[in-house]
Design a protein around this ligand. Structure first.
Ligand SMILES: NC(=O)c1ccc[n+]([C@@H]2O[C@H](COP(=O)([O-])OP(=O)(O)OC[C@H]3O[C@@H](n4cnc5c(N)ncnc54)[C@H](OP(=O)(O)O)[C@@H]3O)[C@@H](O)[C@H]2O)c1
Length: 249
């Protein structure tokens, strides 16, 4: 079944950057399909908010993106409900507990690394065949300034995000000739649940040394993601675009 609206799949759409990306993509006229891991109430609230603004009612689906079987069920649901995916935004991710490497239990370290990589790899594996069949598609993967610079207390998180950049760059070379455009968006310090428990002293030092002296807002990142997903020139491929208010310089 083909839908007349373009379809975007946004993983981890309940909170923070993902939530605002759902709002921006709905504003751009997309049929939004969002996944959540645990928080159905927030997903339903977002559906109501988007409907109240007069946009197409988003579809929601509970899915732990690290579980390939759940991702395959999600794809079956998408095929049945909307038939295609024009845009995939791999937003779901975890920071893990911010602790020095040697104080981080092995299991916790690998959980963060595996979660962030699996969330991206599983969806790409499941969605790409649908995009290849139509010879078009756009993928935006969320990475992080932490993956470029390496943040203390975030060795697994930094490593996972750096891995997603390399994965995306390799994949774009395979998929570009097949009509699929892949880029990464790399935020700095953004006001979301993910950053609310980070050591305040660490925060203040980083902000004090930055040009704007403030954190980014999730809607600012969502604006960039929506632009990369919907409007950016077709010649802009295989890049990691940083949005950090100058913090990383
Ligand atoms: N905030 C920042 O400063 C910052 C900076 C750089 C990069 N980023 C990246 O931007 C993305 C969004 O970050 P955020 O700050 O908006 O995070 P957030 O507020 O913590 O939200 C994370 C989202 O990911 C979902 N999620 C986590 N694990 C999942 C899993 N296994 N399967 C499915 N969904 C899962 C959560 O779903 P539930 O609500 O259901 O748990 C939630 O919707 C992440 O990839 C993050 O690494 C954030």
């Amino acid at each position: 079944m083909e839908n007349t609206k373009k379809i975007v799949l946004i993983t981890g759409g309940t909170r923070g950057i993902g939530r605002h990306t759902c709002l921006k993509m709905a504003e751009r006229g997309y049929q939004v399909l969002l996944t959540y891991k645990s928080n159905r109430e927030m997903a339903e609230e977002l559906v109501q908010e988007i409907e109240a603004q007069g946009y197409s009612s988003p579809l929601i689906y509970q899915c732990d993106m690290t579980e390939p079987e759940q991702v395959n069920s999600l794809i079956k649901f998408i095929k049945k409900e909307v038939g295609i995916i024009d845009v995939l935004i791999n937003n779901a991710g975890v920071l893990g507990n911010s602790k020095p490497f040697l104080l981080t239990p092995d299991q916790e370290w690998w959980f963060t690394l595996n979660t962030n990589i699996a969330c991206v790899v599983n969806t790409c594996r499941a969605v790409l065949p649908m995009m290849i069949a139509r010879k078009k598609g756009v993928i935006v993967n969320l990475t992080s300034l932490s993956g470029q610079k390496g943040n203390p207390g975030q060795s697994a998180y930094s490593a996972s995000k750096a891995a997603i950049v390399s994965f995306s760059k390799a994949l774009h070379k395979e998929m570009g000739p097949l009509g699929i455009k892949i880029n990464c968006v790399s935020p700095g310090l953004i006001e979301t649940d993910m950053t609310k428990d980070i050591n305040p002293a660490y925060f203040q030092t980083r902000l004090a040394n930055s040009p704007l002296k403030r954190m980014g807002k999730p809607e600012e990142v969502a604006n960039l993601i929506a632009y990369m997903a919907d409007e950016a020139p077709s010649y802009l491929i295989g890049q990691e675009i940083t949005i950090d208010g100058g913090i990383g310089v």
